[in-house]
Design a protein around this ligand. Sequence first.
Ligand code: PHE
Length: 338
Amino acid sequence: LKEATIVKITAAQDLKELNQIRVETLGKKGPITEVLRGMKDLSPEERPKVGSFANEIRDLLTAEIERKKEVLEEEALNAALAKETLDVTLPGRQVKQGTRHILTQIMEEIEDIFVGMGYQIVEGYEVESDHYNFERMNLPKDHPARDMQDTFYISEDILIRTHTSPVQARTMEKHDFSKGALRMISPGKVFRRDTDDATHSHQFHQIEGLVIDKNVTMGDLKGTLEVVMKKMFGEDRKIRLRPSYFPFTEPSVEVDVSCFKCGGKGCNVCKYTGWIEILGAGMVHPNVLEMSGIDPNEYSGFAFGLGPDRVAMLRYGVNDIRNFYQNDLRFLSQFKGE
Ligand code: PHE
């Protein structure tokens, strides 16, 4: 038995087979256990001899199995290691790094400027009511200026917003003026029923701005925008205001910034006049204040609406707004950001 088992142990190929041998020879039903169990039938003289012999064999085989087990375990480990070998000298595979969308970058840059001046950032709703998008912005149902913003209606009263201006009304009506002035910007998507072409997109972006306090003047509007335009387009920029019309501001202005050098091929943003139109703005119309529960005799404010798409087009010489929305990585990955 001893010899035969040792031969089997030596020949064992893997741990499973070895365990099988252990069960067969040393297990409860194995021959050695049987011998030990049969001891009670032996004479008292034979018992110690048979007992110690059987124990000796058992210890020997146990030790033999242990030794083989260690060998097999090491083999298994080596095999696993060989299979998982990693050649650290191989050149690495390049991981393609993404970039933040250029419009996201511009919006965050503008947000940073205003946050630095104490403005809060407010989120509005892309699905809006006719009430906030138009009526509360001094554009009643039959107002001809509604034609300025061709609208996607969802139902008679619900639409996807044509501008970020409804956030003005939503913020004004909630603001607690006993805690101080209201200064906010609200960036986001807006939608208009336009046919897409190089300069029109049915979806684009705006950043709304609003300041309301006692004694806010047109001078505050101009001064604020001048600081912002210098930060965005260079310290030697100048701005000028031209009279314009929006139903929710009075007076209303169009704001131009003096020519700046833009990047990219064929980039000459203002070859004709030396000025580029950059945003619409004005003093908040008394009707708008009143509808939001603010007394126009006590408070005044300014508002503006700025287009990040336009800023990006001017700054980088992008001549087709659709580039921003077609997700062509060859276009988008040009704007690496910081
Ligand atoms: N809401 C206007 C637009 O979309 C922009 C604007 C905002 C003008 C605030 C004045 C004040 O054209």
